[in-house]
Design a protein around this ligand. Structure first.
Ligand SMILES: NC(=O)c1ccc[n+]([C@@H]2O[C@H](COP(=O)([O-])OP(=O)(O)OC[C@H]3O[C@@H](n4cnc5c(N)ncnc54)[C@H](O)[C@@H]3O)[C@@H](O)[C@H]2O)c1
Ligand SMILES: O=C(O)C(=O)C[C@]1(C(=O)O)C=C[C@@H](O)C=C1
Length: 366
């Protein structure tokens, strides 16, 4: 790979900021320039030395780039292609981080930019937005889907795959149509379901909002993503509606079957539903979950809350195990587990679990 690189960003929020931070870390000599909608982001990125050049406009400074990452919401990304076409030098690869791919590939083809475009989509992220939440290790251990056009050179694809791999992500080359069907099912539909479920509870809640107060692990697990950016998700849904509609129709049919089973008091159908879902869900690998879910937590029981925390932390401190976080859990995932203990690494968690079990604590590892 040519080095040092010059890399441009358009959009520098959670994803763009995380990619820029990773590039800055692994390729410190890279010149990074960026344009975003808000100059507050650019000021912050300069101050934190994430980027070198803040561009109020997308102008000739982008002509120096080896790669340009489009990291704004998907429709905004596509709107920059026309301008970039007039600026980029031969050999520059435009890529994006957008959650949908057919739409941008269509724009790329219409503009005759196919020899200079490789789609990209890191399968990592969160409901949070903005560069303040960007993390260098966000991409680590996460699949990074790559959708080359048919006209981009093999050499460019290999170099890009290598760049992605060097940022510690797991590159996966896919056809962009397949990408949109797959993400429609495992990302876009789940976001719509989460949003609809939260709004349902909002509408059904009692006058004293008891549902909001007691909502526990189950509801919170399935709805975290309902807090995602409305702007981003509007654009995702509008650019992958056909695929989402297909899986949504199947989902509605499944719900109707569940409704029939409940109305007929068909316990065995409900049992089969949960048995099949459990078996398939348990077969999922967490290897590519990315660092966000790689927290090193355990839960344990605690009889006397006030003195209990002190005793437990003393036990761990006396074994040289450092705690990252400790606190009482009010929405319990486990019946008796009232204490959440978090560590900095897997080894500390494993050692702590052993020690606490020696002291007859009931420990739940997650
Ligand atoms: N959030 C996720 O979990 C996630 C994961 C993978 C991919 N993506 C994709 O990454 C892209 C960015 O998402 P994010 O989570 O970083 O969002 P974000 O809201 O954190 O950041 C968006 C950035 O784009 C900028 N922006 C918005 N409109 C713009 C415009 N018209 N011109 C220039 N800049 C503009 C914003 O100022 C901000 O810097 C989206 O295309 C999204 O589909 C998101
Ligand atoms: O973990 C989350 O909060 C996410 O929503 C991340 C997530 C997803 O898994 O759906 C969201 C959008 C993406 O394009 C890729 C990843």
């Amino acid at each position: 790979m040519k080095q040092p690189l010059t890399i441009g960003f358009i959009g520098l929020g959670l994803i763009g900021g995380s990619i820029a931070k990773a590039i800055r870390y692994y390729y410190p000599d890279t010149t990074i320039l960026a344009h975003t909608r808000s100059h507050i982001t650019l000021d912050y990125a300069i101050k934190e030395q994430i980027i070198d050049i803040a561009c109020e406009q997308v102008d000739e400074r982008f002509s120096d780039c080896d790669y340009i990452f489009l990291c704004a919401p998907v429709e905004a990304n596509a709107s920059y292609l026309q301008t970039l076409k007039t600026l980029i030098r031969p050999g520059c690869i435009i890529t994006d981080a957008g959650s949908t791919k057919t739409d941008i590939h269509t724009h790329v083809a219409e503009l005759g930019l196919e020899s200079q475009f490789i789609g990209g989509h890191p399968m990592a992220g969160s409901e949070k937005t903005g560069i303040n939440n960007a993390k260098r290790h966000l991409l680590e251990n996460a699949y990074y889907i790559i959708t080359p056009t048919s006209q981009v050179s093999q050499e460019s694809v290999e170099a890009y795959v290598e760049l992605v791999r060097s940022l510690k992500a797991l590159p996966l080359v896919l056809d962009y149509h397949e990408h949109d069907f797959v993400t429609g099912a495992i990302s876009h539909l789940p976001h719509l379901i989460a949003a609809a479920l939260v709004n349902l509870v909002h509408n059904e809640d009692t006058p004293s909002e008891t549902m909001r107060m007691v909502a526990a692990g189950g509801f919170k697990d399935i709805t975290r993503i309902a807090s995602s950016s409305p702007e981003m998700w509007e654009q995702i849904c509008m650019t992958n509606s056909e695929n989402i509609l297909k899986v949504l129709d199947d989902y509605i049919r499944n719900l109707e079957d569940i409704r029939v089973a409940l109305a007929q008091k068909n316990g065995s159908a409900i049992n089969t539903l949960f048995r099949e879902s459990r078996d398939y869900r348990n077969s999922f690998s967490d290897l590519s979950a990315g660092p966000i879910k790689k927290n090193h937590r355990l839960y344990c029981d605690l009889v006397d809350e006030a003195g209990g925390i002190a005793i437990l932390s003393t036990i761990l401190a006396s074994r040289g195990i450092t705690l990252k976080n400790i606190g009482i859990v009010h929405n319990r995932e486990f019946e008796d587990a009232v204490l959440l203990v978090e560590f900095y690494d897997a080894e500390s968690k494993i050692r702590a679990a052993e020690e606490l079990r020696r002291y007859r604590y009931t420990v739940y590892e997650v």
